[in-house]
Ligand binder design. Structure first.
Ligand code: ADP
Ligand code: MG
Length: 373
């Protein structure tokens, strides 16, 4: 087992990256990862995730701002002075070297003696579950195995910071989930500070201590997965993290009215008037449904005692432990409902819905102009 690494803090302070394209790739980005913390950078394509990571790595020079590792200003330091390991999306193994030689590479560069090099590389391969694979070349390894070797190669020098840029996005769904859990396990064992870039919100929520949601070169919100999901600070975060329904509402006197139902406002400062309301599918319940033993049982539940909303089932999907149904409301709006598998709404069936939780976000209806800004 490798000696435990103590992770270093990583700080970006007001970092700007201007490629001269007319918009900033990083627009005064600030982020402080604590030693040993696993921070995911989450955001749509083009929001600056890779640029942020490459700036921390020293592969990109920043236009202004400061980058510190372990409290030391490394803004102008070359990559090899920053004590980090990196894994990228595309398989980046040297094709002419076997797995063991790939992993040894960083140690060879550091002139570590052969015996020690071999021992540490084997140890590193063991750690990623590829103990017996040292003699394989990249073309003899699956995508997931290649990324494991890349991870072993990144960790063999025992860096204090690990940078991962969409390391799982080329893999199929099952391998992705396995490998993300393994990355998290190894990261926790080593205590290595990790920045993990992904555009997949589920992946970010599943592995990170904190998630930084990025938009247009900035961090829109940073927080624990739970806090982002239950208290998104902006509608962008509400839409990007988790599933939500967008429904028309009317804000007045501390409540927002949605289809005749008054829901409490998490943020009482929202302007009165027409609004777009974001409601999670698990906060909507089907109460009148012919299919399934539990149909209608929810009416006696502890949800808000509210008028019921009528709708027609469009579709319903069995997802293993839950079922998700889409219901069309009389005005044509579609609403996603998440419920137990014992409730089996049939397409075309008329059902009643009830809101059982607060909306996660409310924005004034004039929102389209602010989206364009
Ligand atoms: P992400 O990784 O989130 O998809 P990137 O960091 O790759 O985003 O890109 C952020 C923005 O910077 C994008 O608008 C992209 O087109 C731009 N960009 C990235 N690299 C370069 C480059 N070398 N030259 C010019 N523009 C770039
Ligand atoms: Mg990228």
């Amino acid at each position: 087992m490798a000696a435990p690494t103590s992770g270093a803090s990583v700080e970006l302070a007001d970092v700007v990256k201007d490629y001269g394209t007319g918009s900033l790739a990083l627009d005064s980005l600030s982020l402080h990862a604590q030693p040993g913390e696993f921070v995911a950078l989450l955001g749509p394509s083009g929001c600056g995730k890779t640029t942020a990571l490459r700036s921390v790595a020293g592969l990109e020079s920043v236009t202004s701002g400061r980058i510190s590792i372990d409290g030391y200003d490394v803004t102008t330091q070359p990559t090899n002075k920053r004590d980090l390991g990196m894994v990228f999306q595309s398989y980046s193994l040297f094709p002419h070297l076997d797995a063991l030689a790939n992993v040894e590479f960083g140690l060879r560069m550091r002139k570590v003696p052969t015996d020690e090099r071999r021992e540490r590389a084997l140890e590193s391969l063991e750690m990623v579950g590829l103990g017996g694979f040292g003699k394989r070349f990249a073309h003899q390894l699956s995508g997931g195995q290649q990324q494991r070797v890349a991870l072993a190669r990144a960790l063999v020098t025992r860096p204090r910071v690990l940078l991962l840029d969409e390391p799982l996005s080329a893999l199929d769904a099952k391998v992705r989930v396995q490998l993300r859990e393994e990355i998290r396990r190894i990261q926790t064992e080593l205590g290595i500070t990790t920045l993990f870039v992904t555009h997949d919100q589920e992946e970010a929520l599943a592995v990170a201590d904190r998630v930084a949601v990025m938009r247009a070169g900035r961090i829109e919100q940073i927080g624990t997965p739970e806090s982002l999901y239950t208290q998104p600070a902006t509608t962008f975060v509400a839409e990007f993290v988790g599933l939500s329904n967008r429904l028309p509402g009317l804000v007045s006197g501390g409540f927002v009215e949605v289809y005749g139902v008054e829901l409490p406002l998490l943020d009482p400062t929202v302007a009165k008037g027409p609004a777009t309301v974001y409601l999670r599918p698990e906060d909507v319940e089907i109460v009148g449904c012919a299919g399934g033993a539990a149909g209608g049982a929810g009416a006696a539940g502890s949800g808000l005692l509210t008028p019921q909303i009528r709708g027609t089932v469009v579709s319903s999907s069995f997802l293993g432990s839950i079922r998700r149904s889409t219901v069309r409301l009389p005005d044509g709006e579609l609403i996603a409902v998440q419920h137990g598998v014992s409730v089996k709404p049939a397409s075309g069936e008329n059902v009643s819905l009830r809101f059982t939780g607060a909306c996660v976000s409310v924005s004034p209806r004039e929102a389209p102009s602010s989206v364009a800004a």
